[in-house]
Design a binder for this molecule. Structure first.
Ligand SMILES: O=C(O)CCC(=O)C(=O)O
Ligand SMILES: [Fe+2]
Length: 597
């Protein structure tokens, strides 16, 4: 999950920051045609361009008002004029808006006032009168006469002004999600056993809605707007790029008509809302979380998500190749998901997916691209879709593209994890895509692979899934942590699991290094010089001090270092060995990697 930089702007460190581009589709397939918008009245009377042709046939039509109102400026497109308006200060924008009817319309684009509000006041404002413009004006001048704001409720109506760029945000906010919710082709399961979950969903990487996943959580009977306001109204949480109080956020969420409402997506809610973590638990399916071995050093992993209808997460893959679960406490969420190798229409990435460009809003994506996903030439290319309702949990396998829209006011919790099923992919991501690692401060990105490795090699933590399953017990982190600190108490079973885990890690590491070499060769062949890859891949990476100690070598000497060292003695007193250094195998892998390349 978590929408992880953020689904919307910089809301979380969860997803790589997506660039947004307003896409005005002006062809016959555009939904923004006359018929579709006939019933919708823009508050300023602005109409979509298509309406010009219909109006022009009316006997009383006096001509579009754009030219007379703008004079020679009318030669510029609305987009260009808006670019220019974006350079103005709020005062200049107000003044300019008073000079012509069309400039009045353009200067009312609420998104510009949203930007002013957030740039000037961060999260320190109170929502006013349904618009960012009113919010900004009131916040800038506390003595601002509310009657002036109220006058804005009955604004100037613009007759015969056609502008797709101004109409589209209003249209996208007004149409709602009804046309897009009928398809539900994601499996919905209840009483799902852990083994069945792993076999049917986690191993093959297939989404599933676990219908009874969170039904028994205390949060289900407690959490509501009122509950949050009663217990945590002054707690400051993150909504995209700003920190604001829960009270102010709810006030905004209840009044907004934004096309993409500000989305509360907070990773510190456990500390900021006292007692809140007692209301939720990690479902039994997701308790094996190897990032847990890094304890408080683990990358960001848990978020509280709150938002009104239309808010949500634009297309992204979850961070660091982790998988995720997302539990809905109140409201409901529409999910649309594409497997890792299928890029959703309207979404563009560069080769290594470090840059993602998508439509400005979810509503815009649905209105312009959803239809094209329903009848592809090959039906297997259709996305998976579903609605996750109260008490249900969505499983998001690593690497899947997904977008989520809240269908109504929604409170949810999401968590990302690394189980043994996605360990290799996460290792590969941390090793090969160091510049894209997220959820840690910038200085730690480069070395997160090594940090994780160190933690895995050191930790005695075991997931204990068997026991959890048999006893249906709540996750007892404390118990595990106690055992973690005292290796003398390790059971034979735990020692064995740890041995297996380290062997698995080394096996994967070897494969990843081979892959890395192959990629370098490919890039070198293409004259790209292998930029962005780890330096010195051709040389075995030196083992850390601790690893050498574990392997029985003199930790201070560098002799005998290197991948492929076979056997060793663990300081805890038990020995283990690895055998993956066969020459032939090495060659096979290398050839295989070359073939893949
Ligand atoms: O609830 C949402 O907005 C989706 C968050 C998300 O992307 C996730 O849980 O992976
Ligand atoms: Fe996500």
């Amino acid at each position: 999950m978590p929408i992880h930089q953020s689904p919307t702007e910089e809301s979380t460190a969860q997803v790589p920051r997506a660039k947004k581009q307003r896409i005005i589709v002006r062809h016959e397939k555009s939904k923004m045609t006359t018929q579709h918008v006939m019933g919708l009245q823009h508050p300023l009377g602005i109409k979509p361009l298509g309406n010009y042709y219909m109006d022009a046939t009316r006997p009383d039509f006096t001509g579009a008002c754009r030219s007379p109102s703008l004079g020679r400026l009318s030669r510029l497109t609305d987009e260009i004029i808006l670019e220019i308006l974006n350079l103005l200060s709020p005062r200049e924008l107000l003044t300019l808006g008073a000079t012509s009817r069309v400039l009045y319309g353009l200067s009312h684009l609420d998104d510009m006032w949203k930007t002013f509000t957030i740039d000037w006041f961060k999260g320190d404002w109170e929502w006013q009168d349904d618009t960012w413009r009113a919010t900004f004006l009131k916040r800038s001048d506390p003595n601002y006469d509310t009657s002036t704001i109220l006058q804005n409720r009955d604004p100037l109506k613009l007759k015969y002004f056609y502008s797709d760029v101004l109409f589209q945000p209003f249209y996208c906010a007004a149409i709602g999600m009804d046309p897009y919710v009928s398809v539900e082709n994601i499996d919905r399961r209840s009483n799902l056993g852990l083994d069945d979950f792993i076999r049917e969903y986690e191993q093959p990487g297939k989404p599933v809605i676990i219908v009874d996943g969170a039904k028994h959580w205390p949060a289900m009977t407690k959490w509501s707007t009122e509950h949050f306001l009663k217990h945590w109204s002054d707690s400051v949480l993150r909504a995209e790029s700003v920190d604001m109080t829960i009270e102010n956020y709810f006030k905004y969420a209840q009044g907004t008509k934004d096309e993409s409402p500000l989305y509360l997506f907070d990773k510190n809610f456990g500390e900021r809302c006292k007692g809140i973590l007692d209301d939720i638990e990690v479902p039994v399916y997701f308790r094996e979380d190897l990032f847990g071995m890094m304890k408080e050093q683990r990358p960001d992993y848990r978020w509280l998500i709150v938002g009104p209808a239309r808010s949500g997460s634009t297309f992204h893959k979850d961070p660091n190749a982790t998988s995720a679960w997302n539990a809905v406490i109140t409201g409901s969420k529409k999910w649309i998901m594409f497997p890792p190798h299928i890029l959703p229409p309207g979404v563009f990435t560069n080769e290594d997916e470090s840059e993602v460009t998508s439509p400005v809003s979810l509503m815009e994506w649905f209105s312009n691209f959803y239809a094209s996903t329903q009848f592809p030439d090959d039906p297997s290319l259709r996305p998976l879709e579903g609605i996750c309702r109260e008490g249900e949990i969505m499983f998001v396998p690593r690497g899947w593209w997904h977008a989520v829209v809240n269908l109504d006011d929604c409170i949810a919790v999401t968590q990302n994890y690394v189980g043994s099923q996605n360990l290799k992919e996460t290792m590969q991501f941390l090793y090969l895509k160091r510049d894209q690692v997220s959820g840690v401060v910038d200085e730690r990105r480069e070395g997160l692979y090594e940090e994780f490795r160190e933690a895995v090699f050191k930790s005695n933590w075991t997931p204990d899934q068997e026991q959890d399953k048999a006893e249906g017990e709540a996750h007892d982190t404390k118990d595990k942590e106690t055992r973690d600190q005292d290796s003398a108490e390790l059971t034979a079973d735990e020692i064995e699991k740890r041995r297996e885990r380290i062997a698995l890690w080394l096996k994967y590491e070897e494969e990843i290094k081979q892959l890395s070499k192959a990629i370098r060769r490919c890039r070198a062949g293409r004259g790209e010089g292998g930029a962005n890859l780890v330096d010195g891949d051709d040389e075995p990476e030196p083992l850390s001090f601790w690893e050498r100690a574990k392997l029985g070598a003199d930790p201070k000497s560098s002799e005998g270092e290197g991948e492929g060292e076979g056997k060793g003695e663990v300081s805890g007193g038990f020995s283990f060995g690895f055998d993956f250094g066969e020459e032939e195998e090495e060659e096979d892998k290398e050839n295989q990697s070359n073939d893949e390349c």
